[in-house]
Design a protein around this ligand. Structure first.
Ligand SMILES: Nc1ncnc2c1ncn2[C@@H]1O[C@H](COP(=O)(O)OP(=O)(O)OP(=O)(O)O)[C@@H](O)[C@H]1O
Ligand SMILES: [Mg+2]
Length: 601
């Protein structure tokens, strides 16, 4: 049942990034109608812009002949206004197409990320994943929504201008193209320099925000270890680096702008001098010369836009290669489950072994285990022996590298994943909570509607009602990031309250009561005993008082089962277990349980 892991495939294929970009654009399903209308509006607007200097020429030539045509002037203004309006309409339409495309792209990227297996998230930090969805999609949106407009109008304007100019006067056109071309020959290397710098700024900004996220997420650790100066230094290194890059961009820019205006001025002077000579020779009119000077802008602006476009294209190509790498990753359950899941069957491990991706050492080796309905199996073992990993395999967070896990005799991979996980109640070791209210958290992931009475009852049984009612807005109190405004034990009780509503078939408790004081633990344990009745229960605990009443105890030792049986049996046969028991009960705080133990043995 193990599939090749997605990491076996090359993650980045830069050679095909143009194809990636094109595929992503097609995935976003841009509306052909909107695109055609936008293109037509752009063509009309460019036609207006092109016609404007020609009209000016005729007017000026008219002035030369002593005619003042008011209608021609009105027409001129009308053309300008119409061209501007059409240009705005086309830009808006294309921007709309672009933003819709990116919205779809983001949605499909998030859908994909949510369907990726847990193992995929072990490979890359969540910060980087966030930057895929936010920043990389933004580069593509920038390209489509803004630069594509510029490309379209720019190319049309450039081509149209050159045609009109050639019609007006061939020799002056060649002079114009020569002088503007020379100016651009100098500008292009500078533009590429700027492009490289802006990409480096992008990368460093991403790294900087990653570092900051980390620092503030773990602010307690930073403060507890008075590591503020260290983090300050680390941030300062990044801030300085960003500043230096910014200054280099500024230096290039201050150089570029005067160079630009100098080049434009030179081009105008060349045209003026050469043109005036030809006007004097009677070869062209003053109007034609004026039209030429106006066209300088029509030629220079698109050229500038084109250099911009290439820079943005490079960025978007890099971004789409990274997004495409995610989109080709294998999903959790590619095929729908076929087997029908009947409740109340046994769950069996047959020779299961497992190693985390990229690690040679197996975490679980040759595990044979049977979990029966209505019975409780406890997993014990030293820290790092693989207990949580074993539970993750039941949840199908990972697939075993060897052996089989069966439910009712069928491999668990054959059941529909949603249905499978829906039948399991899992209280994870860290008892995480999601951003949202206490109410949302207790009902998290459940389909039905729950009234206040059901929520209160679940909270009461989990020993959580008292502290929830003391919170400022009770069940409506918002829990922030990782439930920082709750204590560890309170988070655990919220997670347990969720189980009372969920009513699972298989109940998995990973250190679920480890953060509770013995008084609260006792109360919660009574409720849990009731919850566990009739279900398949799997509990992991370090505290033997929790474990010893289990029907069967399974001792894990570095990924292997080194002993199995009831508390009494293990005590007699497993020296490691006996030592563990002895050490825990010699502790004075556990004296009470020790007498309980004496009774049990
Ligand atoms: N996501 C992961 N990627 C790689 N290795 C991991 C991962 N999670 C756990 N491990 C490794 O697998 C081994 C078993 O970890 P596991 O969490 O199953 O231990 P555990 O028995 O639950 O320990 P504890 O009692 O401390 O909770 C450890 O050596 C750990 O370093
Ligand atoms: Mg664990």
């Amino acid at each position: 049942m193990s599939r090749p892991h997605p990491s076996d495939e090359p993650a980045n294929k830069p050679a095909s990034s143009s194809r990636d970009l094109w595929r992503l654009i097609r995935t976003g399903r841009p509306s052909p109608v909107a695109l055609s209308v936008a293109a037509l509006a752009a063509i009309a607007s460019v036609a207006g812009t092109l016609w404007f200097p020609v009209q000016t020429k005729q007017m000026i030539d008219g002035f030369g002949r002593g005619q003042i045509d008011v209608w021609a002037m009105v027409g001129l203004v009308a053309i300008l206004a119409a061209a501007a309006l059409l240009n705005a309409a086309s830009a808006y339409l294309l921007a709309r197409v672009g933003y819709q495309l990116v919205a779809r792209l983001r949605q499909s990227l998030i859908d994909k990320l949510l369907r990726l297996p847990v193992a995929s998230f072990d490979r890359e930090s969540s910060g980087e994943r966030v930057s895929r969805v936010v920043r990389d999609c933004e580069s593509i949106s920038e390209l489509i929504a803004r630069q594509a407009v510029n490309l379209l109008t720019g190319v049309l304007l450039l081509a149209g201008s050159i045609v009109v100019l050639l019609l007006l006067d061939v020799r002056l056109t060649l002079a114009l193209i020569g002088s503007i071309g020379a100016a651009f020959a100098i500008m292009i290397p500078i533009a590429f320099l700027l492009d490289g710098l802006s990409r480096r700024i992008q990368d460093r900004t991403a790294r900087f925000s990653g570092i900051l996220t980390h620092i503030f997420q773990e602010i307690r650790l930073v403060k507890a270890f008075t590591a503020e100066p260290r983090e300050r230094e680390r941030s300062r290194g990044e801030i300085d680096g960003l500043m230096r890059l910014g200054l280099r961009v500024a230096r290039v820019n201050v150089l570029l702008e005067p160079l630009m205006s100098l080049a434009m001025t030179l081009a105008i002077i060349v045209i003026l001098v050469y043109g005036a000579a030809r006007v004097a020779a009677g070869e062209i009119t003053v109007g034609t010369l004026t039209a030429f000077i106006l066209y300088i802008f029509n030629v220079a602006t698109p050229l500038m836009q084109l250099t911009h476009f290439t820079a943005e294209l490079q960025k978007a190509k890099g971004a789409s290669a990274r997004i495409a790498a995610i989109l080709v990753e294998d999903e959790e359950q590619a095929r729908p489950g076929t087997a029908e899941r009947l409740p109340g069957q046994a769950l069996e491990f047959h020779g299961v072994s497992f190693a985390y991706d990229g690690r040679d050492a197996a975490v679980l080796r040759g595990i044979d285990l049977r979990f029966e309905p209505g019975r409780t199996v406890a997993l014990v073992g030293t820290s790092g022996s693989g207990k949580t990993t074993l539970l993750s395999l039941i949840e199908r967070f990972y697939e075993p590298s060897g052996g089989r896990i069966l439910y009712g005799g069928r491999p668990i991979g054959e059941f529909d994943l949603r249905q499978w996980r829906g039948s399991i109640g899992y209280v994870a070791q860290s008892a995480p909570v999601m951003p949202g209210s206490v109410r949302d958290n207790i009902a998290y992931g459940l389909d039905g509607e729950f009234d206040d009475e059901q929520l209160r009852s679940a909270a009461r049984r989990a020993g959580a009602l008292e502290f929830i009612e003391k919170m400022p807005q009770g069940f409506d109190t918002q829990l922030i990031e990782q439930g920082n405004n709750l204590s560890g034990g309170q988070r655990q009780r919220i997670a347990i309250a969720r189980m009372f509503l969920r009513d699972p078939d298989i109940l998995i408790l990973d250190e679920a009561t480890s953060a509770l004081d013995s008084e609260t633990e006792h109360q919660v344990k009574l409720a849990l005993d009731e919850l566990m009745r009739g279900r398949t229960n799997i509990i992991v605990a370090h505290r033997l008082s929790t474990v010893m009443h289990a029907d069967r105890i399974c001792f894990l030792d570095a990924g292997r089962i080194s002993g199995m049986g009831s508390h009494v049996e293990l005590l007699a046969t497993h020296p490691h277990y006996a030592r563990l028991v002895e050490r825990q009960f010699r502790h004075p705080a556990e004296a009470e349980s020790a007498s309980e133990l004496a009774l049990a043995t």
